[in-house]
Design a protein around this ligand. Structure first.
Ligand code: HEC
Length: 212
C-alpha cells in the first residue's frame, strides 16, 4: 500500500492519504520503542490479572483484603471487653458490623432450634413481639448465658461475653420482622426496646481510619 502513496517534493518521505483541510501527515511507522511498549502492556495485563485477581490463586487481592479485614475485626473484638448487659446489647443494636458478627454466631449455634431466620422451629419464634422469658432487652443476654426452661434453652457458657452481646443484639434486631412461623404465639407481648443511644463519633468513622 504505502509505496503507492505520493511523496513530498522536499523530503522524499511518504505522505499518508489523510488530508484534512490541506493538512497532511507523513506515513512514518510507529517507533520501535513504542511498539515494544505496546506489546509489553499486552503481555503484562494477563500476568497482572492472574496474579492479583485470579480466582485460582489462593492468596489473591480479594482474599488478602478479606484476611486483613478479619484480622482487624479480631483486634477490635479483643479491644472490646463487654459485659453482657442490656445497655451493651442496646448499644450494638444498630451497629451493622457487629450485628453481622452476631448473625454468624446465631447461624453457628442457634438456627437448629430457632430457625435460619429466627422464625422458630423447636424453640420460640424470635421475630414477633411475644416472649416467654424476656421482659426487657437485658433478659436476652441473661437467657443466652443462663439458659431457660431447665436447659431446653441451653446456657451458652462457652461463648465469649462480647459474642453474647452481639448475638443478643442480633436477636433483638429480629424483633418486628414477624416471619411466618409454625409456632404459635408464645409468652406475652412486651414493651418495645428502648431507643438505642446515639453512636459516638469515633464509632462511625470509615473502616480505613480504624487503626488496629
Ligand atoms: C437446643 C435448642 C436450642 C438452641 C440451640 C438454642 N435455643 Fe434458645 N431457646 C430454646 C428453647 C426451647 C427456648 C424456650 C425456652 C422456654 O420454653 O422457656 C429458647 C428460648 C430462647 C430465648 C427466649 C425466647 C423467649 O420467648 O423467651 C432466646 C432469646 C434464645 N432462646 C436465644 C438463643 C440464642 C441466641 C441461641 C444461640 C446462641 C439459642 N437460643 C440456641 C432452644 C434453643
Amino acid at each position: 500500500m504505502s509505496d503507492t502513496l505520493p511523496k513530498t517534493e522536499q523530503t522524499d518521505e511518504l505522505l499518508s492519504s489523510h488530508n484534512y483541510d490541506g493538512i497532511q501527515e507523513y506515513d512514518n511507522p510507529t517507533p520501535g520503542w513504542w511498539n515494544w511498549l505496546f506489546i509489553g502492556t499486552i503481555v503484562f495485563a494477563p500476568v497482572y490479572v492472574l496474579w492479583f485477581h485470579s480466582p485460582v490463586r489462593e492468596n489473591n487481592l480479594q482474599t488478602q483484603f478479606q484476611t486483613a479485614m478479619a484480622e482487624n475485626l479480631k483486634l477490635q473484638f479483643g479491644d472490646l471487653k463487654l459485659e453482657p448487659t442490656g445497655d451493651n446489647v442496646l448499644k450494638y443494636l444498630n451497629d451493622e458490623k457487629w450485628l453481622d458478627f452476631g448473625k454468624t454466631t446465631f447461624a453457628t449455634h442457634c438456627v437448629q432450634c430457632h430457625g435460619r431466620e429466627g422464625e422458630g422451629v423447636s424453640a420460640p419464634n424470635l421475630t414477633d413481639d411475644s416472649y416467654k422469658n424476656v421482659k426487657t432487652i437485658a433478659d436476652i443476654p441473661k437467657v443466652v448465658s443462663e439458659g431457660a426452661n431447665n436447659g431446653a434453652m441451653p446456657a451458652w457458657t462457652k461463648l465469649h461475653p462480647n459474642e453474647i452481646v452481639f448475638v443478643s443484639a442480633y436477636v433483638a434486631s429480629l424483633r418486628g420482622k414477624n416471619l411466618p412461623s409454625t409456632r404459635g404465639v408464645e409468652g406475652d407481648e412486651i414493651d418495645p426496646w428502648p431507643e438505642p443511644p446515639p453512636r459516638e463519633p469515633s464509632e462511625t468513622k470509615p473502616e480505613a481510619e480504624v487503626s488496629g
